[in-house]
Design a protein. Structure first.
Length: 116
């Protein structure tokens, strides 16, 4: 029984300001895990849409190709789906462990722009 469960590294919660800076400096890759209809209605400029319902190791590899040194950050409406996305990515064996805490709602509350 002992040794069966490895401690999980906690999900790294990024603030809207941290994500905004990372997008500006091109040090992160923002993946919006909301559904396409939500993404097309409003999204953060520079985000790539990869719905949680379509998330797979292959799809993740496709959208992150060429993003060698950038930190992958998951984002959704309020933070729940992006946390699920991080957990799914860990299940694929990837090093994805960041998400935008509070999602696009927190982004807008911080007064940051979105694309409509």
């Amino acid at each position: 029984m002992f040794g069966l469960f490895k401690p999980q590294t906690p999900i790294t919660n990024l603030t809207p300001a941290e994500v905004h800076k990372g997008l500006q400096t091109k040090t992160l890759l923002l993946i919006d895990v909301r559904e396409p209809s939500e993404f097309s209605a409003e999204h953060i400029k520079g985000a790539i849409n990869l719905p949680l319902s379509s998330l797979s190791s292959e799809a993740l590899a496709t959208v992150t190709a060429g993003a060698d040194e950038r930190t992958v950050v998951m984002q959704c409406l309020a933070g729940g789906r992006s946390a699920q996305g991080v957990k799914a990515c860990r299940g694929f064996g990837t090093q994805v462990d960041h998400h935008l805490q509070g999602g696009i709602n927190a982004w807008k509350a911080a007064g940051l722009p979105t694309v409509r």
